[in-house]
Design a protein around this ligand. Structure first.
Ligand code: SAH
Length: 390
């Protein structure tokens, strides 16, 4: 019995080429079936043309798949019987498999999703009074090795396909009972690309997926309700703003290159000054569409009043808000959470300088769903299962 497939995985953190991921999705159930989820409108039209159907069929299908959430061709009642039969022979509308579905006492819900190649990612739904946010993963694992983040300790990494990214949103919609796409009062109203992985290292697939999610004849979550978070892949930031127009969040976490090199190592490649310039140049930037700077509060490391003052100086002139994230611990983590007093003092300094500086309430801690904890539980479970079996 193979309990821990990860233990057989290649050891160095390396991106498995995209093509492997694509194949994995295509071979979903049977090599001959193609998953229609994750195809762009153009690709869906091509797929219909390939079976001799007129282009407008693609639009009908789009509505069934992304507006109504239907996965069974037989139930697509306004399509002719012959067309439905033809679809069944070649295509599937597939969701990722669910390995774990857990709900926190605070209502946060976490799904561990499994793809046909056995790799898994997590998505987290965070309900709030007036909205609900889905935290979506962009990669299996992450190559960035930020020191405070558990995902960065995971060895195997590959990019998710567009299908696997859209599949996370569709899975949440399934469970929240939000098909057809509601106009108002949605429990899934916002998306943050803040799950596992660095979205700007998988830009093409993330962009393709987000365009599907934003399409007004389908899932229809607007760019204003989508935030993409990056540790600072500077060369991709402008393109993200131009092509997608989504809100930008920057995982800053330190105000000097010396410290940021250590805790967010991508800083060695793209130092703070370059990152700040990319923020100033971000295409959709305005007071109404501010950049969010995320700042994890690490006790005695980056949480002094002097750090807060330096942060204010750094972001001067950028329409911004600063999200202070109390560090969420994980087994073996080298840091501790800042004290409430330090967090509040830090927040006051930033606020008094004219920036919103909310302290993010940790959500879903009891199910290891909080920021930076993703994937840890499944790894732990598999380890203990393996140990028990040994
Ligand atoms: N790679 C992207 C997307 C991941 S977002 C990025 O870095 O922005 C995940 C967010 O959670 C980031 O802001 C990250 O810095 C933060 N985070 C990671 N580990 C954390 C932890 N242990 N406690 C609190 N926040 C953490």
């Amino acid at each position: 019995m193979q309990i821990d497939h990860q233990s057989n995985a290649p050891q160095p953190a390396a991106i498995v080429p995209d093509v492997a991921a694509k194949d994995a999705t295509a071979t979903a159930q049977n090599a001959e079936f193609v998953n229609l989820v994750g195809l762009s409108r153009e690709e869906l039209t091509e797929a219909m043309t390939s079976i001799g159907q007129p282009a407008f069929r693609a639009r009908q299908l789009w509505n069934w798949i992304y507006h109504r959430g239907e996965t069974d061709f037989a139930k697509m009642s306004n399509l002719s019987k012959d067309f439905r039969a033809a679809l069944t022979e070649r295509f599937v509308v597939q969701r990722p498999a669910i390995t774990v579905d857990r709900q926190s006492i605070d209502g946060t819900r976490k799904w561990l999703l499994k793809f046909p190649d056995g790799q898994e990612v997590e998505s987290v739904h965070i309900p709030e009074e007036d909205r609900g946010t889905l935290c979506v993963s962009s990669q299996v694992g992450c190559t960035l090795t930020c020191k405070f983040c558990h995902t960065g300790t995971q060895k195997l990494v590959r990019n998710l396909t567009a299908a696997e990214i859209v599949g996370q949103v569709m899975n949440a919609r399934d469970h929240l009972g939000e098909w057809p796409s509601p106009q108002d009062g949605r429990m899934l109203s916002n998306i943050v690309m803040m799950g596992m992985g660095e979205p700007l290292y998988n830009y093409e697939n993330v962009a393709k997926a987000l365009k599907i999610v934003m399409d007004s004849e389908g899932i229809s979550i607007s760019k204003r309700k989508i935030t993409l978070s990056t540790a600072g892949v500077v060369p991709m930031i402008e393109r993200c703003g131009q092509e997608l127009g989504v809100s930008l969040a920057i995982s800053l976490h330190a105000v000097t290159d010396e410290l940021r090199n250590e805790i967010v190592p991508i800083n060695k490649k793209y130092p703070i000054a370059q990152l700040m310039q990319a923020c100033r140049d971000y295409p959709t930037l305005s007071n109404a569409r501010r950049i969010t700077f995320e700042y994890v509060m690490l006790k005695g490391i980056n949480d002094s009043p002097a750090d807060a003052r330096a942060l204010v100086k750094l972001i001067k002139g950028i329409p911004a808000k600063v999200n202070l994230i109390p560090f969420n611990p994980w087994p073996g983590a080298p840091y501790e959470r800042s004290t409430d007093a330090a967090i509040n003092a830090f927040s006051d300094i930033v606020f008094n300088a004219g920036y919103a500086s909310p302290v993010r309430t940790p959500r879903g801690e009891d199910i290891m769903a909080a920021c930076g904890q993703l994937k840890s539980e499944s790894v732990k479970l598999r380890r203990s299962a393996r140990d028990a079996a040994a």
